[in-house]
Design a protein around this ligand. Structure first.
Ligand SMILES: [Zn+2]
Length: 341
């Protein structure tokens, strides 16, 4: 079968690899019908040292079950299924509390030993705990939104949960990539009254507005912090969603949270420390977050997508057409640090 393999920075090849096949009795074999490239794929794409073995790529996919091992109970041949970005058993201490990314027996797609989602088929370990059956056909119009359940929509939702978004409150979202935009959707869904998006890409800002952002801050660094303070009567946001991961974004996030507020971080940290530790201590700011247990959120978010209450797969061109952006930003080649997870 064909699959993508990354051998180093800027070296991604589509090549023939061994066919995916059942190994364990708890496996399912899934033929991939849709897959995504994640912002987090861009980190190795820009920086991976050359490697002769190569890494299989892709952790966001939807597909049709072709075969199941004898112990699989919840999905069967012919089912259309969505896979979260990590696989898990669904039965251990952490899965039962909804933290499937800490599953005692789970793991991550791709790499050297497992299939990735960017291929024609995937061997899915622990299929009962991992896969969720979708009640639509593989070419349904809602497919772009369903694909976001594999990662970005659940991750944005996790940021909102970690940041304790509450009805009627002020939320700020740092990062206008796919996760930040899904964070806007999640904040609105949880009832936030004002949603301040920090971003500067015109097309993404158009989407953010379509998703419910009420204010846009396109300044950077201290100017951005100052602008959010102005917008919040000098107090800061109740909840801040940090959806980038590099140090400047985290510094901004902790600086725009109000005393007693919370920062939910889901951008993969590129630094080993959290900035402004003393400032956040004296302001009683909660800092939470991590890899989203996307599997826990699929069942919660799926009905909203199927009923059209949220549309995370909305096309940027459609959003731009329906709501012209008020913050035109000249095109500029983004540097690596701006690539959002
Ligand atoms: Zn588990």
């Amino acid at each position: 079968m064909k699959a993508t393999v990354m051998y180093g920075a800027h070296d991604v090849r589509v090549q023939i690899v061994p066919d995916a096949e059942l190994v364990e009795p708890t496996d399912a074999l899934v033929r991939v019908t849709r897959a995504c490239i994640c912002g987090s794929d861009l980190w190795p794409y820009n920086s991976m040292p050359p490697n002769e073995i190569g890494n299989r790529m892709g952790h966001e996919f939807i597909g049709i079950v072709e075969a199941t091992g004898p112990d699989v109970r919840t999905v069967k041949k012919g089912d259309l299924v969505v896979a979260p970005f990590a696989w898990s058993d669904g039965t251990c201490e952490f899965c039962l509390q909804g933290l499937q990314t800490s599953c005692l027996h789970g793991g991550w797609w791709g790499g050297v030993t497992l299939d990735g989602g960017q291929g024609e088929a995937v061997r899915v370990p622990l299929a009962d705990g991992t896969l969720v059956k979708l009640p639509v056909g593989p070419d349904d119009a809602v497919m772009p939104s369903l694909l976001t359940l594999t990662d970005v929509m659940g991750t944005g939702h996790h940021a909102a949960r970690a940041a304790k978004v509450q009805p009627g409150k002020i939320v700020a979202v740092v990062g206008d990539g796919a996760v930040g935009l899904c964070g806007v959707i999640a904040a609105r869904r949880l009832g936030a009254e004002r949603i301040i998006m920090l971003g500067r890409h015109a097309d993404r800002i158009a989407l953010a507005r379509a998703f419910g952002a009420t204010d846009i801050v396109s300044e950077r660094g201290d100017a951005a912090i100052e602008r959010v303070r102005e917008l919040t009567s000098g107090l800061g946001a109740h909840s801040v969603l940090e959806c980038v991961g590099h140090g400047e974004a985290m510094r901004t996030a902790v600086s725009i949270a109000r005393p007693g507020g919370a920062v939910g971080r889901v951008g993969v940290p590129q630094e080993t420390t959290i900035p402004n530790a003393q400032q956040t201590f004296y302001a009683n700011i909660t800092i939470a977050g991590g890899p989203a247990p996307v599997r826990a959120y699929i069942e919660e978010l799926l009905p909203d997508i199927l009923d059209g209450r949220i549309e995370p797969g909305l096309d940027a061109r459609a959003a731009a057409g329906s709501r012209p952006t008020q913050v035109p930003v000249p095109f500029r080649r983004p540097d690596r640090r701006e690539v959002n997870a």
